[in-house]
Design a protein around this ligand. Sequence first.
Ligand code: ZN
Length: 302
Amino acid sequence: MSQPVFSAVALALATVSSVCAGAVGCARHEDVPAPTPRSAPHTASVGGARAVPSASAQVAALPAKTNPSLACLARLYGATVTPDGAGLRVPSSTGTVIPWEDGRQKTEEERLETPDLHDLFLAPYPSHAMPDGNGGPTPTGDPGRIRVYALLDARYGAPGPALEKKLVTVPFVDMRVRVHPLVAPVLAAVENRLKVAVAKDRKLLRFLHDLGGTYNDRVIAGTDRKSAHAYGIAIDLSVPESAYWRNTPRFSNRFPKEIIDAFESEGFIWGGRWAHFDTMHFEYRPEFFDESCTPSSDTDPH
Ligand SMILES: [Zn+2]
């Protein structure tokens, strides 16, 4: 995995303050599927969070100094590594601790509902490699589709009116979109890359029009989990050019490598890399492009 080129921007984001702005852009496409009915216990407010780590989790966890993934996530999301190295504490009135490893055997659906931090990385993210070009084989795994909502809440705020007031309206190609202020500089960096690509090939523009949208405070269909769009950290590109696993029996993709590279180079994951594909969906998830976040065999308990 290459050195992340967005790291300077990501670091700068830590100092960006909240600004209110007008409303443009509204995602209307499902970026992730409606799952089967939930069978796992569910926390009251934020998926993936535990009030305290279990005893087994504390035993299973490695000291923080040997688990750079925790330090990386703490840096990117504004959390702190717990003194015992068992997880992350996020700034909240409840003192929520998210375990690195909760010691539970989980189904795919349970990982979506109540992931620990380690679950984030079970499917490696294959950045900058196209899934065998347009119309290639269906990707395996769903890298990035698991979200630890307590981390997103810590970084961006919980979805709702207070978060919506923070949003900013920014230019995107020849449109304006509404995003979280912490993501606005990163999206601007993507836009700069796209402008360079479009200058070389005007045909790329058709993938950057008829946007599915950015901010939309909604849950994923059939679940009570928030969409990444509810945080203002995701953008759906051209709806007419998109393919979605629920509507299309086989994987297909028309989005060109130039566009995907522009987003991934700045820390956005692409829904076209999911077995449950959603090819117009891009979501800011810098942990998948920072080498120090990726668990090594030394820190991976599985
Ligand atoms: Zn989306």
